[in-house]
Design a binder for this molecule. Structure first.
Ligand SMILES: C[S@@+](CC[C@H](N)C(=O)[O-])C[C@H]1O[C@@H](n2cnc3c(N)ncnc32)[C@H](O)[C@@H]1O
Ligand code: SF4
Length: 423
């Protein structure tokens, strides 16, 4: 992706707000009398909605078409460590962390750098760390981020913010990183309960203030986003609306969404039903239309007009080199201990997967809502098996199944029974 960011020289529309019921939000608020529809980043979004998304993930449909035409991989999702100090009751990544499958060996820093180079040669412009644990505590984290920067690519980092301080914020800024900070709730006590660790909410809030002070939100598209999961237990539409408005005012992109049914969240009781997910999205659409002059048709499960296009232009490599179409672990497509990234990207099954326009559709959530979900591993290969019955083997997927040991992977679900304690 060409660097076509616009710098926001003047952020004077932000000011310290009056004391109000938003006390738990970071300090920057809209100055009185400012028309939200005329904020510079909102004007840019009225022309191109992707201008409100986070830099490095702001793929518009035209970019996707060109990449498809040229068979380019734009976006590499890559796991770093599975270690994490927090105990989120909803974490989808527990199967990787509590793996007791014998032939799973974690990738090394050197191997990860090699995968990044392979992705770069296939056209990738972004390397995203969605996090099997907390990416920032991987021993190779800084070496890898520096390597990505040296190749002229953008790092997109998902972090809890638990390990962020002024020095690391500064270093991330200099290395061109886009940050998605976990920010589930405006109430720091609720944040603590959601991650099972007392004091976390204040740390996340301090991390947000450091990122704002450093200016991560001073470009269009922004380099700052929050990741918010909405669960039945912690679901208050008004709080979500306040957090959403705060994001829009401050040029902070947001993933506000329902849980991916994986790992600890592989339980119906933790998931928002389809109707409530629709209500949530409609609420954000209305705010955008009435208060910001932004018009779009939303696409479940994401609010705010965001449309995931990952499956058309990227793939995901987990801790062990297993390759999936996305980090929701929808479909197994290869294994890097058996095949190169290019062989996987160009295999017949992977090529077929990325033909239909994704444009926001989330397979892992929709199949759960449709009530046709199956066990954790079978769901990753069920579509392939149907395809295979018509088209014959894809040798790349067959080798991946062999390497993963399909029967063994079910063992991982034991990890999903580990519970975090509410504090
Ligand atoms: C898996 S975490 C890894 C990075 C880092 N440890 C963190 O929490 O930000 C990445 C993001 O996914 C979110 N997440 C965790 N479990 C999820 C689930 N079941 N569905 C959707 N998002 C989830 C987290 O809240 C976090 O914002
Ligand atoms: S979602 Fe929570 S438990 Fe999972 S990796 Fe992130 S911080 Fe750790």
């Amino acid at each position: 992706m060409k660097d076509n960011r616009i710098e926001l020289a003047d952020l004077s529309f932000l000011a310290f707000g009056e004391k109000d019921n938003l006390d738990n939000l970071p300090d920057q608020r809209l100055a009185p009398g400012v028309d939200r529809k005329t904020l510079p980043h909102i004007l840019a979004a009225q022309k191109r909605l992707e201008n409100l998304w986070a830099y490095g993930t702001d793929y518009c449909q035209d970019t996707i078409y060109v990449a498809k035409e040229e068979n380019k991989l734009l976006h590499l999702d890559l796991d770093l460590t599975g270690e994490c100090k927090l105990k989120c009751f909803y974490c989808d990544r527990t199967p990787d962390r509590y793996s007791d499958v014998p032939n799973r060996v974690e990738l090394t820093t050197e191997e990860r750098k090699d995968i990044i180079l392979q992705a770069h040669r296939l056209g990738a412009t972004t390397v995203e760390f969605p996090g099997a644990g907390e990416p920032m505590i991987d021993p190779g984290f800084w070496e890898i981020v520096e390597y990505i920067h040296s190749l002229g690519m953008t790092t997109v980092l998902f972090t809890s913010g638990y390990h962020l301080d002024a020095a690391s914020v500064d270093r991330l800024y200099s290395l061109g990183v886009t940050v998605f900070l976990k920010y589930n709730n405006i109430d720091t006590a609720v944040q603590d309960r959601m991650v099972g660790v007392r004091g976390y909410g204040m740390k996340a809030r301090n991390a947000m203030n450091l990122l704002l002070d450093r200016g991560f939100n001073k470009s269009v598209p922004t380099r700052l986003a929050i990741d918010v999961v909405v669960t039945p237990k912690y679901h208050d539409l008004e709080d979500v609306a306040n957090l959403f408005r705060w994001c829009r005012d401050n040029n902070v992109h947001n993933y506000i969404m329902t849980l991916i049914p994986e790992g600890m969240a592989d339980h119906k009781s933790l998931l928002l039903e389809k109707e409530r997910a629709n209500d949530l999205i409609e609420m954000m659409r209305k705010i955008d239309e009435e208060e910001y002059g932004l018009n779009y048709s939303p696409s479940r499960p994401m609010g705010g007009g965001y449309r995931c296009r990952q499956v058309n232009c990227g793939l995901f490599v987990n801790l062990f080199g297993e390759v999936y179409d996305c980090n929701g672990l929808a479909r197994l497509i290869g294994h890097l201990r058996r095949d190169s990234l290019e062989e996987i990207w160009c295999s017949s099954y992977a090529t077929k997967i990325r033909v239909p326009d994704q444009n926001g559709f989330c397979l892992v959530r929709e199949r759960q809502w449709q009530g046709r979900d199956v066990s954790a591993m079978n769901r990753k290969t069920e579509e392939y098996e149907r395809w295979r019955s018509r088209n014959g083997d894809d040798v790349v997927v067959e080798r991946a199944k062999d390497e993963v040991g399909i029967g063994c992977v079910e063992l991982n679900r034991k990890g999903a029974t580990i519970k975090s304690k509410d504090v």
